[in-house]
Design a protein. Structure first.
Length: 131
């Protein structure tokens, strides 16, 4: 069973919003893009809108899907990630669940300790091949 996950590539000029997990979450202190599981009955954009509201307190305008990939972790868990671009949202960003949220210049993304599932995508963004 592959877990379906959505994530937002929130772009502000040359910067992308990155979020660090707390020490209490699975894969602690790893960096990721905001998002989460798709619940039954949701389509990916609806799920992402809900997750961004829960995690960051914003009403996001979900843009186009820019990437989709599958990843299997060493513990056997598999995820299918759907990445959407988000360039506009209403409300002030609030850090509701993360240790830290930070706008990072795209070329510096690979310096953060990202989740394994995100690494290839992070490199492509940093290299200017995506977005």
């Amino acid at each position: 069973m592959i877990k379906q996950v959505v994530a937002a590539l929130m772009v502000r000029g040359e910067e992308i919003l990155c979020c660090q997990r707390t020490e209490y979450q699975a894969l602690p202190l790893k960096w990721e893009f905001p998002g989460g599981k798709i619940e039954p009955g949701e389509d990916p954009p609806q799920a992402l809108q809900r997750e961004l509201d829960e995690e960051l307190g914003i009403r996001a305008q979900i843009g186009s899907k820019v990437a989709q990939l599958q990843h299997r972790y060493q513990n056997g868990n598999a995820v299918e990630l759907h990445f959407f671009i988000v360039e506009q949202y209403e409300g002030e960003l609030q850090n509701r669940i993360f240790r830290e949220i930070r706008w990072v210049p795209r070329r510096e993304l690979p310096t953060l300790d990202f989740l394994d599932a995100d690494r290839t995508l992070v490199q492509r963004i940093a290299d200017g091949k995506l977005l």
